[in-house]
Design a protein around this ligand. Structure first.
Ligand SMILES: NC(=O)c1ccc[n+]([C@@H]2O[C@H](COP(=O)([O-])OP(=O)(O)OC[C@H]3O[C@@H](n4cnc5c(N)ncnc54)[C@H](OP(=O)(O)O)[C@@H]3O)[C@@H](O)[C@H]2O)c1
Length: 260
């Protein structure tokens, strides 16, 4: 067995779907293990992959750990094997802790985001040297490329990345909802207002691949026009400062949780 996934929740299932859709591996090369034998069987059948019992994980060349961080300490001793490469997406669990609990230094830590469910995740990776040498990092790059884009990032910046990228769908969902509320306040029907705000967020994101944010803003804000009045209102409410502070506070919270 080339690859096993432990924990087939939202993220584990999205990654499995990505791998199968991209034909990175065939279903016969993949095994899965979820919280109970019934759930494992059901989910394995849904994707046509192998349903595993915990003692069969030793057969896998590489294992993706996609359970919640709080489930890891009890799970680790049961899935620890000497000749396996481990990939983890657990938020806040450092490579040092993974290596210690698994008794194995072939570990790659990945931080994807919820957009993996639509193959638009931005994923960062950090690996211990042993995982690089064994080809686990290269495998992880190919794996996460099936659900979006992949970058290397020093592990000390993972909390900052989580705060500005992995958490950002929540911030931007608040922006979308507030924009729609503004539209509704001015008389636009709710359903249309929500649709308009979703579309403009996507379109702005696409434009930002080819334009600096300041350039884009300046193009929309004509002298004495409507947008500059809107921007002035945002500045008066310290909108930018609030986002900068959100990233800083979320980073600090990530650091606290990582120590706990
Ligand atoms: N969601 C995100 O946006 C996101 C982004 C980046 C990273 N992550 C990380 O990804 C991981 C998974 O998140 P998620 O949102 O996919 O969570 P989730 O939907 O709760 O998935 C976790 C899965 O693991 C199963 N599980 C629990 N204990 C297990 C065990 N001992 N053995 C095997 N399977 C077990 C759970 O089953 P039950 O539900 O039956 O307990 C569930 O199916 C977390 O560590 C999280 O930090 C999530």
């Amino acid at each position: 067995m080339r690859f096993a996934i432990v924990g087939l929740g939202k993220m584990g299932a999205s990654i499995l779907e990505g791998v199968l859709a991209a034909e990175l591996l065939s279903p016969a090369e993949i095994g899965v293990l979820d919280a109970t034998p019934e759930l494992t069987r059901q989910k394995a059948d849904r994707y046509g992959v192998r349903a595993l019992a915990i003692d069969q994980l030793a057969e896998a060349e590489r294992v993706l750990i996609a359970v919640k961080p709080q489930d890891f300490p009890a799970l680790a001793p049961q899935i620890a094997h000497a000749n396996t490469g481990y990939l983890s997406i657990m938020a806040g669990v450092a490579t040092r802790v993974l290596a210690e609990k698994l008794g194995n230094r072939r570990v790659v830590r990945a931080m994807p985001n919820l957009a993996a469910t639509i193959k638009r995740s931005t994923t960062v990776l950090a690996a211990l040297p042993e995982a690089r040498e064994a080809g686990d990092l290269a495998f992880a790059e190919a794996l996460f490329a099936t659900v979006g884009t992949v970058y290397s990032l020093p592990e000390r910046l993972f909390d900052a990345f989580t705060a500005m990228s992995a958490s950002a769908p929540a911030y931007l969902a608040v922006v979308a909802e507030a924009l729609a509320d503004g539209g509704v306040r001015m008389g636009i029907p709710r359903a249309q207002a929500l649709r308009f705000s979703a579309e403009v967020l996507v379109a702005t994101g696409e434009l930002l691949f080819s334009k600096h944010p300041a350039e884009l803003k300046d193009e929309v804000a004509s002298p004495g026009g409507t947008t500059i009045y809107g921007l002035a209102a945002l500045e008066a409410r310290a909108f930018r400062a609030a986002l900068i502070e959100a990233v800083e506070r979320a980073t600090r919270r990530g650091e606290e949780l990582g120590q706990g």
